[in-house]
Ligand binder design. Structure first.
Ligand SMILES: Nc1ncnc2c1ncn2[C@@H]1O[C@H](COP(=O)(O)OP(=O)(O)O)[C@@H](O)[C@H]1O
Ligand SMILES: [Mg+2]
Length: 228
């Protein structure tokens, strides 16, 4: 059983006038192996984010199947899909997507509060994660009071909050300077491996990608395995 499996996934978009299909992904097969990290590399505009969004159930393929622990995401209602995402998946995006009116601690607690855990349980887990990522003295800061690197570290904590099977990270260091990028990169790999999570990383940075167990290149709408 794979935490995520894509079978013959094809995606095309309509252009602005709603006509003419633009084929982005063509019949893609991909398995994420439990506890392993997989990177997708490729030039800008090749469809990496589209692929990650489909793998994480945030977008639907035009044809093909996405399985999460053998459940076909395409067969589920939006609310069931949201439930699976809340329980089994964590997301880190290039622009942290933190809620601006909530503190770092609250941002990290939110996925577990939505999942129905007690406030005490949520706070304990959130504090543990924030401590691991060196943010113990930033708990009550709003996102606007944090640096770019700190915001991404909060976003990583939030993604891991519900002990997801899979962490999806789309260019998580893409808007950081080199030093902060390296720090966030290290923390992401440390926490994902110490908590034995499966990682799908999308990046155009080859060095970052090469830290993953497997690397695929997206080119000409298909994936080629570059490292395993
Ligand atoms: N919602 C959409 N509607 C139409 N075209 C889209 C949409 N989302 C992405 N695209 C197009 O799909 C291609 C791949 O985009 P994306 O997945 O963001 O690439 P990458 O992440 O590799 O830079 C681009 O040409 C982009 O313009
Ligand atoms: Mg992208």
């Amino acid at each position: 059983m794979y935490p995520i499996e894509l079978k013959q996934v094809t995606k095309s978009f309509k252009n602005a006038s709603g006509e003419g299909d633009l084929l982005i992904l063509n019949s893609i097969d991909l398995c994420l192996l439990p506890g392993k990290s997989t990177a997708i590399i490729g030039k800008s505009g090749t469809g990496k984010s589209t692929l990650l969004q489909i793998a994480g159930g945030l977008d639907a393929p035009t044809s093909g199947t996405v399985l999460c622990n053998e459940t076909d995401l395409g067969s589920l209602s939006d609310s069931k899909k949201s439930l699976i995402r809340n329980r089994n998946m964590g997301f880190v995006f290039q622009n942290n997507m933190l809620l601006e009116d909530f503190t770092a601690l609250e941002n990290v607690m939110i996925p577990a509060m939505i999942g129905g855990s007690s406030k005490k349980q949520c706070a304990d887990r959130a504090l543990q994660l924030l401590d691991k990522l060196g943010l113990s003295d930033r708990l009550d800061h709003l996102p606007g009071q944090l640096s770019g690197g700190e915001k991404q570290r909060v976003a990583i904590c939030r993604a891991l909050m519900n002990n997801p099977d899979v962490v999806f990270a789309d260019e998580p260091t893409g808007s950081l300077d080199e030093e902060n990028a390296r720090e966030v990169e290290n923390m992401l790999f440390d926490i994902v491996s110490s908590e034995k999570r499966t990682l799908l990383l999308v990046t155009h940075n080859i060095d970052f990608a090469n830290r993953c167990d497997m690397v695929y290149r997206l080119r000409n709408r298909t994936l080629t395995l570059e490292k395993s």
